[in-house]
Design a protein around this ligand. Structure first.
Ligand code: DC
Length: 230
């Protein structure tokens, strides 16, 4: 898609769902940049709630405690000299939320209905009136069921583990085996929970990125968007 077509594009809502390590974050960032759209990383929001749950010393099963906590946390994305950052009650928690412990806790906490309710409104508010690329697990099924374009990005568990391991090698001491174990556990948690489980929306275009570079994935998506709206 060339720059002229991008300029003519209306403010679309584009959703990208899929399991951990499928390449959603990289692809969503590049796609949003190419289109001049806002990028919404909803996994970061669930991680932020998990961070606050741990900071408050709550159990991930303490429904009442977590509901109360959600009423006092204020999450917002800000752009500064370090790039796109996430603040919780004005504290920058962007780096802490990538710790393996928070990653697993986010998967547990995300099955809590009050957390999902709290983040549902926040995610919709963030997208109001804008062209957005929103990535997560339930973007096309629950949060933006009327999205203009929906993608479901997948890859084999082995490929996903290798990507995640490479990505966090400098900040995490986890072995490839441990990363693969955690990914499988999260796949199971995320896809079998009662509320908003991970699954492709019926009208999503499914892309398997196992044998593709993430740039090839972006090109495929841009072609698809151009065919539909260019
Ligand atoms: O995309 P991620 O790895 O940063 O997501 C962390 C966890 O958050 C993931 O295991 C499940 C949860 N999540 C969710 O339930 N719904 C979303 N839309 C995004 C993430």
């Amino acid at each position: 898609m060339d720059e002229g077509n991008v300029e003519n594009l209306p403010k679309l809502i584009i959703t990208i769902d899929g399991p951990a390590g499928a390449g959603k974050t990289t692809v969503s960032r590049i796609l949003a940049h190419r289109l001049g759209y806002k990028y919404i990383d909803t996994g970061a929001l669930y991680r932020a709630v998990a961070f606050e749950v741990r900071a408050a010393g709550l159990s991930p099963h303490d429904d009442a405690g977590i509901e109360k906590l959600c009423s006092i946390i204020h999450l917002k994305f800000v752009r500064n000299e370090k790039g796109l950052r996430l603040q919780s009650n004005d504290l920058d928690i962007t780096d802490q939320i990538r710790e393996p412990e928070i990653t697993m806790l986010a998967s547990e906490v995300s099955s809590n209905p009050s957390v999902r309710r709290y983040l549902l409104d926040l995610q919709r508010d963030m997208a109001k009136g804008k062209g957005v690329v929103a990535e997560g697990r339930d973007m096309g099924t629950v949060v933006f069921p009327n999205a203009d374009i929906k993608f479901y990005l997948d890859a084999s568990p082995k490929t996903r583990a290798v990507r995640r391991h490479k990505e966090f090698m400098s900040v995490s001491s986890q072995t490839l085996k441990e990363v693969e174990r955690d990914i499988k556990k999260r796949d199971k948690n995320d896809s079998t929970r009662i509320f908003a489980p991970l699954k492709p929306a019926e009208d999503a275009t499914i892309i398997d990125s196992t044998d593709l570079t993430l740039h090839q994935v972006v090109e495929l998506m841009l072609c698809h968007i151009e065919n539909a709206f260019g």
